[in-house]
Design a protein around this ligand. Structure first.
Ligand code: AMP
Ligand code: ZN
Length: 467
């Protein structure tokens, strides 16, 4: 089945032509695990998951690699400032390694709660240091790097087409802005570190020996090395949030292509930001943000997935509680329709790929992931009483392989018995609420979420349901 994808590199939507349709390679930049991932980050992962599912739905074989950035992502994009992992370690009085472990697990929990498929390859940067050093050595041999007192830098002026992903003008703007804070040893403002030295007289928690001295890899280096090691020198699709276009992905391209002489990625997909009306862009460094685990109990994590599916990934998405309520209602309504059909039909018919509704759904999905249109087709079809229920049932099963909304999940009535351990947490939480200990109450709600129970506070007491 034909598939169309917008490519940031060419600024146009075109037919997707992978190197091998049976093994489409996708690299998606993963989380920097120094803090929880917020729902903005999760928008990006949900849409990347939709891409993988949509391609599989359309008959492609997909191999997806996602990294975990557990070292080297500095506070400033200009290769200055502290490593975010060390910031997290100081904030919580733990080791950087413990911080990485804790937030990787927290991330994976939220990721799974949104029904995102586990990547075929999940790679923490700290396990690929040798590959990063090897890549930096290749660049050095080819004359692309130079040393300063704080690291080994990539000389962007050696590449005539440096910055082509974001557009030359955009890069010039960045360079102009960066000049003010320019590290004087850099030859060009856009040059970036492929290897940073540990600060003199200070032992970093995460550091490794290298031919240039003890230190750690540059953040961009991590993704280039892991993508090429796991997926090959040219990959089909590289994804990330829109903020990665101008610096991170631009620099991944520069160093990968300088090393191999080959195109690094044929298609670049970027997801626009989730924004909040009052604060603008949602950001981890601002400290206060919403995560999937801390969504109020009235919302299922999958209601957030539904929220994301309603807006095209190339449009900014504004988060509002009103919108979130509507998404939860939408999800519940769609499930009610799906469950009714399942009950009536008993067994699904053979999936009819020639049916108008199937073709409409497939063409929406393959048209640069037009998920709001795809969702509308599912609504229409499930409600169309002219169609045999067994056919609609088969279609809903097929559509849910892309939507991943658990369309046939039944909400368990609150009368069901819960294990004693969970009941006692619910009671402890009720107690905390009576004492107005909102922090503890929130923490216990997160614990219950992890155990698959969402709670809602009503004047009559706590209501709960399995998620
Ligand atoms: P980070 O953990 O900061 O490295 O970011 C993880 C992913 O989330 C990257 O692909 C970012 O581009 C993306 N991202 C960051 N902020 C947002 C946001 N507000 N909305 C959507 N995606 C975001
Ligand atoms: Zn990356």
């Amino acid at each position: 089945m034909k598939f169309y994808l917008y490519n940031t590199m060419t600024h146009e939507k075109s037919e997707f032509r992978p190197l091998n349709p049976e093994d489409v390679t996708i690299y998606t930049c993963g989380p920097t695990v120094y803090h929880y991932a917020h729902i903005g980050n999760m928008r990006t992962y949900v849409m990347e998951d939709v891409l993988v599912r949509a391609l599989r739905f359309c008959g492609y074989g997909v191999r997806r690699c996602m990294n975990i950035t557990d070292v080297g992502h500095l506070v400033s994009d200009a290769d200055d400032g502290e490593d975010k992992m060390e910031v997290g370690a100081r904030r919580e009085g733990k080791s950087a390694w413990d911080i990485a472990k804790f937030y990787t697990e927290a991330f994976m929990k939220d990721y799974r709660a949104l029904n995102c498929l586990p990547p075929d390859i999940l790679c923490p940067a700290t396990e690929y240091i040798d590959e990063m050093i090897k890549l930096a050595l290749t660049l050095e041999k080819k004359g692309y790097t130079y040393a300063t007192s704080d690291g080994i830098y990539f000389d962007t002026s050696k590449l005539p087409d440096y910055g082509r992903l974001a557009g030359r003008k955009h890069i010039e703007g960045i360079q102009e802005g960066a000049r003010v804070a320019l590290n004087s040893e850099k030859r060009n403002a856009a040059d970036f570190a492929v290897w940073k030295f540990s600060p003199k007289n200070q032992k970093r928690q995460m550091e490794w020996p290298s031919p240039w001295g003890t230190g750690f890899p540059g953040w961009h280096m991590e993704c280039s090395a892991m993508a090429m090691k796991n997926l090959g020198e040219t990959i089909d699709i590289h994804c990330g949030g829109e903020d990665h276009v101008a610096v991170h992905h631009t620099n991944e391209i520069a160093q990968s292509e300088a090393a191999t002489g080959k195109t690094f990625a044929d298609y670049w997909m970027h997801i626009r930001f989730l924004i909040t009306g009052d604060q603008g862009k949602m950001s981890k460094s601002k400290g206060e943000f919403l995560t999937v685990a801390t969504l109020p109990a009235e919302f299922e994590p999958l209601a957030y997935r539904y929220y994301c599916l309603q807006t095209h990934y190339r449009k900014q998405l504004e988060f509002t509680w009103k919108g979130m309520k509507a998404a939860q209602q939408g999800l519940t309504g769609l499930r009610t329709a799906a469950l009714r059909i399942k009950k009536e039909a008993g067994t699904p018919a053979m999936l009819n790929r020639e049916a108008e509704y199937f073709k409409k759904f497939a063409s929406a999905v393959s048209e640069d992931l037009n998920m709001s249109a795809a969702l509308a087709v599912v609504w229409e079809t499930l409600k169309d009483n002219q169609l045999p229920t067994a056919d609609r049932y088969a279609f809903a099963i097929a559509a849910d392989t892309v939507l991943a909304l658990d369309l046939f999940k039944e909400t368990v009535p609150a009368t069901e018995e819960l294990p004693e351990e969970i009941m006692s947490i619910i009671k402890e939480r009720e107690q905390a609420r009576k004492m107005k200990d909102w922090k503890k109450s929130d923490e216990l709600r997160a614990v219950l979420m992890e155990k698959g129970i969402s709670v809602k506070d009503t004047p009559e007491g706590t209501e709960w349901k399995k998620i």
